[in-house]
Structure formats: structure tokens, C-alpha cells
Design a protein around this ligand. Structure first.
Ligand SMILES: Cc1cc2nc3c(=O)[nH]c(=O)nc-3n(C[C@H](O)[C@H](O)[C@H](O)COP(=O)(O)OP(=O)(O)OC[C@H]3O[C@@H](n4cnc5c(N)ncnc54)[C@H](O)[C@@H]3O)c2cc1C
Ligand SMILES: C[S@@+](CC[C@H](N)C(=O)[O-])C[C@H]1O[C@@H](n2cnc3c(N)ncnc32)[C@H](O)[C@@H]1O
Length: 645
């Protein structure tokens, strides 16, 4: 599905929609109307006081004016540790140009508008979560139809702004299905406000569980509606119980141990520390980023699929999330040396045509012929393909160091410490290392690559170790490459005088030594793709082991209680309705982030954002269908469904 951007008509500098025959905000209202209807209607800004975290939901993001006014009001009084989460659904987002034009009408909100414009996502369907205001504010934009998008969201909303054009002109935004989702996502005692008092809207909101009252409307409008959640009728959850994660056991201590200091573990530690947690990061090697994350450089690009199945959607979402995250991090940590120079992927014509049909914005994907590809690469290449202008390359160890430097006060790194046992007492996890030293923690995250099966043996089903060998080549005047080029391998512009050429794939091959035949394979593929490299002599290389799962998706989330799964879901093959089964059970406050395969640079930071959001009960950064696709019990569930356990 594609996004059709809003078509805007400007009347007296006020944006309106010819399609819906309605205005985005009234000509003489604007910020004052927003304050009256949506803020005061929800008891805001008074309710911000004393709240460490507050979540607002909106139907109809439009120009983002409601967001700007809310952000300004929140910033005026929020203490440094407070967090604001604003989520909004929008079927026809404004283009970045129209957004800026609309904001130019409100100079009082220039600062907030600048923040929003800097993180405004590209117009592709799905959930986009961005952080702004030094990470204190998250904006979750759901691009798509309200009913479907809200159904795919996991969040606990304190206050709703219902703002979807007049019900008579746009009934699709005021349906029982939309309100059922609004109620499902609302905290007990959560509130709503809207300018309309239409009878059908009132009846449907009441049926969804809200107690309503009328308040004086703004300007010429006599009345508006405000409401508070009461008893919610049971909702039909589209996610089966075995894939519903357990996030809601908030840890008052905000303390965690993360095992494994590769990009997966370091990015989880960073995401938690950014939210005020104290984290101990334990690594068995004598330094961070010593195993799969220890390569001198790596490419940041997605793996898109022709039909954008779960893997393609996850990969695109991870790519967009992580490149925005790297951009934000690079402004604070220049030593990260993120190189957003774009990535060229060489493709055969039919594969190029498949990706072209996805009709992604050119800021994400550009089809190029061979001449353009060569010009952009700065070297002759063998074919055309696609360029990902937002991609690039970086040094994974430098990224890990930058993340730790960014949160040095809150993360304690313990290298040279191998955890060999993990046990749970009533309240804490007990971690024992190879020297018999014990650490306890309320929350533990396993980020140990394929070694995770030591602590969660049931994950063996879903994991393989895949050996990869890189080849290093000395830089020369003839190899002045401008951006990474990917083919059935990849070559990266020079870093510290060397090009990194990747990489081989050998499953369950434990050989640690560099092999001449693997260098030869890497160099042959490179010479076919970028002929000027033919005949180059390696000046080194590196062997590392990817943790991979057969469906090329990570294993991410709370660690299931696999014995419970086997008992409770034993007869899934009979196909009884999902709601007849009990809720899933997990090992308390134990999370896993692994199987990042050959795209860990984009997937590990995305996974980290999910774990941290889950532990803080924030709006989750992925849609439910993605959650199901990465769930740690998915292989067991598939086996139970086939009756082969
Ligand atoms: C050759 C090669 C090329 C690659 N190229 C790219 C690329 O260009 N782009 C890209 O996106 N991805 C690439 N990848 C994939 C990427 O490197 C990985 O997905 C990523 O590094 C995985 O990070 P991780 O933190 O999960 O694992 P790791 O980096 O392996 O970290 C796991 C850590 O856990 C530690 N550990 C394990 N057990 C214990 C224990 N019991 N106690 C304490 N510590 C423990 C280990 O020592 C290790 O440091 C490549 C991978 C390889 C092998
Ligand atoms: C009144 S405008 C919102 C104004 C906005 N809150 C602001 O601050 O500018 C209503 C918005 O709802 C969006 N919309 C309409 N129908 C929708 C649907 N079915 N799902 C999601 N969004 C929809 C429109 O594209 C429009 O941007």
C-alpha cells in the first residue's frame, strides 16, 4: 500500500482539504482553539504536573499544530526527567514542504516547528517513531488508515485529541471500530476531547466505554465534548495471546544488567540509560565490540523484498529508525564518524524493476542505470541498481564506543567477565560469572549473539551460527570509492587506509583462521562488480560469527516460559479460535535481542528501542505484525500449529 499525501488548498493562509471539504484548523482559531478544545478539554497542561511520563494520542496529525502547541505547553513546565509521548494517526500526511508552509503561519512555535520538521518521516506507510528535544519527547506517527493503524499499536494513552475533520464530511474517522481501538489503548481514567458533539459520535464513544460531558465550545461553537474512560467492553484483539508480549512490570529501581557488549547489548544499555536507568554491561572479552560487532567497518542498508513481506517491512522500518537515530547521535558524538554517503546496490534489471515498483520516495530508494551508478560510486561498476541515499557506513566498534561515551554516567562496563549461570529468586535475577562472582538485578537483557542458548536453550530451534570472513585491501589512487557498493558481497570506502570487502557465509563452521580461498571468493565477487579492483592483494582480514535465524529476522522480546507454551498451546494444530487460549507467560523481566544476522547495524538499535519502550511502558516502536514476526517463540508456535512437537 502506498501513501497518498494530502492535497492542500490555501485559503487566507489557512490550509484546507479539497477532498474532505474541510479546514485543518479554523481561520480565527489556531493555537487558542487547540488550547481550549484539546488541552483544556483534557485537563492539560495541569495534568502534566508531577507526571514522569505522559502519553497523548491523536486522530489526524495534519499540520502537527496540535503537537506544536502541546509540546510548547509541556516544555514550559516539565522537569528534566519528565517524558512526553505523542502519537498520531494520519492517512494523508502533508509533504515536508506543505508542513513547513503551514508552520510558517505560527512564528511563536518556530522552535517546536524546527524540531518537528527535523524528524518528520518520509511518507511511507507504517509506524515511525522519532525522538526530539534531547530524547525527552517521542513522536509516533502512524501513516495509514486510523482503524487499521490503531489496531496495530501498543500504547497506554492518558489523553486523546479526536481531530479527524467533521464527522459529516469524514465518517471513516469516527467509526465504532476506531473508538474501540481508542478505548483499548486508553489507560484506566484516561480522557478525551473533541470539538464535535454530533449524536452518532457521542453514542459510539459511550458504547466504547467513555463517560462524556459537554463543555463550552471555542469561538462560535456553542459546545464541545470531553470524556473519561469507564468500563471498557471486551475488545477483539487481533494478536493471538501467544504473541502478546509482557511489558507491564515496571521496575521501580530502573536497574538492569545487559549480557554481551556487541552492538545489540550496547544499544540496549544506551536506550535504557537515556531513559534514566542504571545499567551494568557485562562482556566476556577484554573489550567491547570484540566479536561480530568488531569489524572495521560495516554497511548501513535495508534488505527490501519484492512483496514487502514481514522481512521487508521490518528491514525498512529498522533502516528508517536507525538512520534517524544515527543522525541524532552524530550531532552529540562526532567520534561516531557515521558516514551518511548513501549506498549503491547493484542489481539485475528484473530485481531493480521489482524494487522500483515499491514506489518508495526517492529519499529512500532511487533506481540508477549503470552510468549513473558509476558516477555516484566514483568508479566504474558492472551494472545499474538502486541507491539508498539515507544509507552509509560506519565502524561498529566506534559506534559502540560513542554510545557508551554518550551515557557514560549511567552505564558501567565490566569486560573480561563471562556469565555462566543465570537464576531467578523471588524478585531478582542472580548472575554468576566464571570466577564465582555474583551480581543481582531486577531486569536482565541477553545480547550474547548465538551464545544466548546457554541461558535460553529453547532458542536453539531458531538460531544458527554463520561464519563470515572479510578481506581488507589497501587504498590506492585507482580505488577512490565514494560510497559502499553492494552486490553478492560489498566494498566500503577506505577507512584507516583500507577498504573492507565482505563477506563469506558458512553455516556451522567454527574455523577462526583466515582462509585463502575465502579471500579469493571475496575478491572474485568484487572484481566482477567493480572491475578496477581486479588483481588487488589483501592486506588482512577478519573472521566473525553471525547469529542468524532461518527467516532472517531477529529474535527479540521477553523470553517466553517455553514449558508453559508447550502445555498451554499444545493443541494449536486443532485450530481453535485464538481467544480461547490463555495469555502467554514469560520469564519475569528477562529479555533477548539476538539473531541480527547480516543486518545488525540497522536491526540492533531498533530492537533496543523496543526493549526500552517495553520496560518503560512507552508506545512501542513497531506495529504488532512486526512484533509477531520477531517473537522469540515463533518457531515453537509454528511447530505446535503443525503438530510436530
Ligand atoms: C563478516 C561479517 C560482516 C558483516 N557485515 C555487516 C554489515 O556490513 N552491515 C550490517 O548491518 N551487519 C553486518 N554484519 C552483522 C553484524 O556485524 C551483526 O549482526 C552484529 O554485530 C551482531 O551484534 P550482536 O551484539 O548481536 O553480537 P556480537 O557482536 O557477537 O556480541 C555478542 C557479545 O556477547 C558476548 N558474550 C557471549 N556470551 C557471553 C557471556 N556468557 N558472558 C558475557 N559476554 C558474553 C560476546 O563476547 C560478544 O561480545 C556482519 C557480520 C559479519 C560476521
Ligand atoms: C482536521 S485535520 C487534523 C488537524 C491536525 N490535528 C492539525 O493539528 O493540523 C484531520 C486529519 O485527519 C486525516 N484523516 C482523515 N481521514 C483519515 C483516516 N481514515 N485515517 C487517518 N487519518 C485520516 C486527514 O488527512 C487530516 O490530516
Amino acid at each position: 500500500k502506498r501513501i497518498r499525501p494530502a492535497r492542500i488548498e490555501w485559503r487566507d493562509h489557512t490550509p484546507s482539504s479539497p477532498e474532505f471539504q474541510d479546514v485543518y484548523f479554523s481561520r480565527d482559531g489556531g493555537p487558542d482553539e487547540v488550547r481550549h478544545v484539546f488541552l483544556a478539554g483534557n485537563g492539560l497542561p495541569a495534568r502534566f504536573a508531577g507526571r514522569r511520563s505522559f502519553t497523548i494520542g491523536e486522530t489526524g496529525f495534519g499540520t502537527g499544530l496540535n503537537f506544536l502547541v502541546t509540546l510548547a505547553a509541556w516544555r514550559e513546565q516539565a522537569p528534566p526527567e519528565a517524558r512526553l509521548h505523542f502519537l498520531s494517526v494520519e492517512k494523508h500526511p502533508l509533504t515536508a514542504g506543505d508542513l513547513a508552509a503551514a508552520h510558517s503561519r505560527w512564528p511563536a512555535f518556530n522552535e517546536e516547528a524546527g524540531m518537528l520538521q527535523a524528524v518528520y518521516p518520509p511518507l511511507v506507510p507504517g509506524l515511525h517513531q522519532r525522538r526530539l528535544a534531547d530524547g525527552r519527547v517521542t513522536l509516533t506517527l502512524l501513516f495509514g488508515d486510523a482503524g487499521a493503524m490503531l489496531a496495530s499499536l501498543t500504547a497506554r494513552v492518558d489523553a486523546w485529541y479526536l481531530d479527524g475533520f467533521a464527522p459529516g464530511k469524514n465518517p471513516a474517522m469516527w467509526t465504532p471500530a476506531v473508538f474501540e481501538q481508542v478505548a483499548r489503548l486508553t489507560r484506566p481514567d484516561g480522557t478525551l476531547a473533541t470539538y464535535t458533539t454530533a449524536g452518532a459520535v457521542r453514542r459510539r464513544l459511550e458504547a466504547a466505554g467513555f463517560a462524556l460531558h459537554k463543555r463550552p465550545g471555542y469561538g462560535r461553537k456553542r459546545e464541545m465534548l470531553a470524556g473519561r474512560l469507564g468500563v471498557v467492553p471486551p475488545t477483539s484483539l487481533s494478536t493471538p495471546p501467544w504473541f502478546v508480549p509482557a511489558c507491564a512490570s515496571p521496575d521501580p529501581e530502573r536497574r538492569a544488567v545487559v549480557i554481551g557488549a556487541g552492538i545489540a547489548g550496547v544499544s540496549v544499555a544506551h536506550a535504557l540509560a537515556e531513559r534514566g536507568w542504571r545499567v551494568t554491561l557485562v562482556e566476556k572479552q577484554d573489550r567491547v565490540a570484540a566479536e561480530a560487532s568488531g569489524n572495521p567497518s560495516g554497511v548501513v542498508l535495508p534488505r527490501l523484498t519484492a512483496d514487502m513481506d514481514r522481512q521487508g517491512r521490518f528491514s525498512l522500518a529498522a533502516f528508517l529508525h536507525t538512520t534517524a537515530w544515527l543522525h541524532r547521535l552524530a550531532t552529540r558524538q562526532p567520534a561516531l564518524s557515521w558516514q551518511p554517503v548513501g549506498v549503491l546496490q547493484l542489481l539485475e534489471a528484473n530485481r531493480q524493476a521489482q524494487l522500483d515498483q515499491l514506489a518508495l520516495p526517492t529519499s529512500i530508494l532511487e533506481c540508477v542505470d549503470r552510468a549513473t551508478a558509476s558516477a555516484r560510486a566514483g568508479m566504474e561498476v558492472a551494472s545499474g541498481g538502486v541507491i539508498f541515499p539515507g544509507g552509509g557506513w560506519l565502524s561498529p566498534p566506534a559506534l559502540c564506543r560513542a554510545l557508551l561515551a554518550d551515557q557514560a554516567r549511567r552505564i558501567t562496563v565490566q569486560t573480561g567477565r563471562e556469565i555462566i549461570r543465570l537464576e531467578r529468586d523471588e524478585h531478582h535475577w542472580r548472575l554468576e560469572d566464571s570466577r564465582g562472582q555474583v551480581t543481582t538485578a531486577p531486569v536482565v537483557v541477553l545480547a550474547t549473539g548465538h551464545a544466548v542458548t546457554r541461558f535460553a536453550p529453547n532458542l536453539e530451534l531458531a538460531l544458527a551460527s554463520v561464519r563470515g570472513q572479510l578481506t581488507c585491501l589497501p587504498v590506492s589512487p585507482a580505488t577512490d570509492l565514494k560510497l559502499p557498493v553492494c552486490y553478492d558481497g560489498y566494498v566500503i570506502p577506505a577507512c584507516d587506509g583500507r577498504h573492507t570487502v565482505g563477506a563469506t557465509y558458512h553455516r556451522n563452521d567454527a574455523c577462526q583462521e583466515l582462509r585463502a580461498e575465502d579471500h579469493a571468493r571475496n575478491l572474485a565477487a568484487l572484481a566482477r562488480a567493480v572491475p578496477a579492483f581486479a588483481g588487488a592483494t589483501p592486506c588482512g582480514g577478519r573472521v566473525a560469527f553471525r547469529a542468524s535465524s532461518p527467516d532472517h529476522l531477529p529474535i527479540l522480546g521477553p523470553v517466553p516460559d517455553f514449558d508453559f507454551y508447550r502445555r498451554a498451546y499444545a493443541d494449536l494444530r486443532h485450530g481453535r479460535p485464538a481467544h480461547r487460549y490463555p495469555a502467554a507467560r514469560y520469564r519475569p523481566n528477562l529479555f533477548v535481542s539476538t539473531a541480527h544476522g547480516s543486518r545488525g547495524l540497522i536491526t540492533a538499535p531498533f530492537a533496543a528501542a523496543w526493549i526500552a519502550a517495553c520496560l518503560e511502558t512507552e508506545p512501542l516502536p513497531f506495529e504488532t505484525r512486526i512484533l509477531e514476526a520477531v517473537h522469540p517463540a515463533r518457531y515453537l508456535i509454528r511447530k505446535l500449529q503443525r503438530g510436530v512437537v
